[in-house]
Ligand binder design. Structure first.
Ligand SMILES: [Zn+2]
Length: 426
């Protein structure tokens, strides 16, 4: 490899290097690194921009910006996007991120499944979300299976692994986003989830609780955009809650806020995964819904559910139950009503406490749409002070199952641009 090639690769890599050898750069090169990365940051957050627009945002001169843009084009990170409207004189050239130049890997790890998504640098999903059906286990074997599955996806979409900037992960249970440590899962050998996955993938890894990751997805790309006080429920195998309060994600004193699924709602209730009895999660989660459905089917109640899974009840899922409800199946509709009533009771407490402007129902159960929102609404009408309740809009996530992986991608990108945000603010 020639010297000039080596040099250009070095600059190329330094642009997105996390916790890398920035300290080894001279002051001049470090300044240039931040200038280039801030151009990328503005193109990432604002979309296509012209040279004069970037000058205005960065307070840099037009020739300096053009030089950076030309270098970034040479490195294939930026591309020309035609011409903007003239404000007197020549129409300005427009610039945007080159979508195929970098990618983000995003995982939503649930108790029984792992959603894997790859996004390009313009936040666009490559192909579709692929699902690994594997029970979450605190073992290297589980991580190995996730790793192999991810490699298959990267290969399937013909993405060069070295173009993957980072990995964002949403994980159930108690998770500290600052350290990437989980107190519930994937913490063997005294390692954090971040350390385990960074060791495996060799790229920067960012981890947070799955419900908070989903809330971030809603904040950046979904119904929580431009809102300040929103509760995002993630109902899949369990029940999680991401709280957007006063415009930012609330993580609590130790990073554990939002364990809404583990408030006690039933005396003498069933044993919960957390070790306590009668938690909301034991009666109103996706797993609880599936258990109820199996019980009623075994008792011989009429339903189309067994037909929808070809008599194989192990294939019952939230989306199948949602589908049955949409087809008019009375058993599915009434089971969703029971689930919605429990959720409504819990949510009425949250509405009294937080006075949110919106509650977004996400996760696998969101496929039920009005069949879950209506019983929640009816229960709220009974248990909530109407003035407060009427100010709260309740809806299912329009991003549906995409919200969690989009949030995981946003978690990674926010962190990857963290140093430049800091540099811009001082
Ligand atoms: Zn519990």
């Amino acid at each position: 490899m020639s010297n000039s090639e080596t040099k250009s690769l070095l600059v190329y890599d330094e642009i997105f290097l996390q916790n890398g050898n920035l300290n080894n750069l001279s002051n001049l090169n470090r300044k240039k690194y931040f200038q280039k990365k801030s151009v990328l940051y503005h193109l990432y957050t604002k979309g296509i921009l012209s040279n004069p627009e970037i000058c205005r945002i960065t307070n840099m001169s037009s020739p300096s910006i053009q030089k950076l843009l030309n270098e970034l084009i040479g490195e294939s990170l930026v591309r020309e996007e035609g011409f903007g409207n003239s404000i007197g004189g020549r129409r300005p050239s427009l610039y945007g991120l080159n979508p195929g130049s970098r990618y983000i890997l995003a995982l939503n790890i649930s108790l029984n499944t792992v959603d894997v998504a790859i996004f390009n640098i313009n936040n666009e999903l490559i192909g579709e979300i692929n699902v690994l059906h594997e029970s979450l286990a605190n073992t290297p074997e589980f991580v190995e299976k996730v790793y192999d599955f991810c490699l298959d996806q990267i290969d399937k979409y013909q993405i060069a692994p070295e173009k993957i900037l980072g990995l964002g992960i949403g994980l159930p249970g108690l998770t500290d986003p600052a350290t990437g440590k989980s107190f519930s899962y994937l913490n063997y050998d005294d390692k954090t989830v971040r350390e385990i996955f960074e060791g495996k993938f060799g790229i920067p890894v960012f981890v947070d609780n799955d419900a908070r990751v989903m809330a971030l997805g809603e904040l950046m790309f979904g119904q929580a955009q431009n809102k300040s006080n929103v509760l995002c429920l993630n109902i899949g195998a369990g029940i999680g809650l991401g709280m957007l309060l006063n415009g930012s994600l609330y993580i609590g004193h130790s990073g554990f806020a939002g364990e809404f699924g583990h408030i006690k709602v039933k005396e003498n209730g069933q044993l919960c995964i957390c070790g306590k009895y009668g938690c909301l999660e034991t009666v109103a989660s996706g797993d609880a819904l599936i258990k109820m459905a199996k019980k009623q089917i075994s008792a011989g109640k009429p339903t189309i559910l067994s037909q929808l899974v070809n008599q194989n009840l192990d294939d019952l899922s939230c989306s199948i139950i949602a589908k049955a409800a949409h087809l008019g199946d009375q058993m599915a509709i009434s089971l969703l009503a029971i689930t919605g009533e429990y959720l409504g009771k819990g949510l009425s407490t949250l509405i009294h406490l937080f006075n949110p402007e919106a509650i977004i129902i996400g996760g696998r159960l969101s496929a039920a749409g009005q069949f879950i929102v209506d019983p929640i609404q009816q229960t709220l009408n009974r248990y909530t002070i109407l003035k407060i309740k009427n100010d709260t809009e309740i809806s299912v996530s329009m991003l549906r199952e995409k919200s969690a992986v989009m949030g995981a991608m946003a978690l990674a990108m926010n962190n990857i641009f963290d140093d430049v945000k800091y540099a811009l603010s001082v």
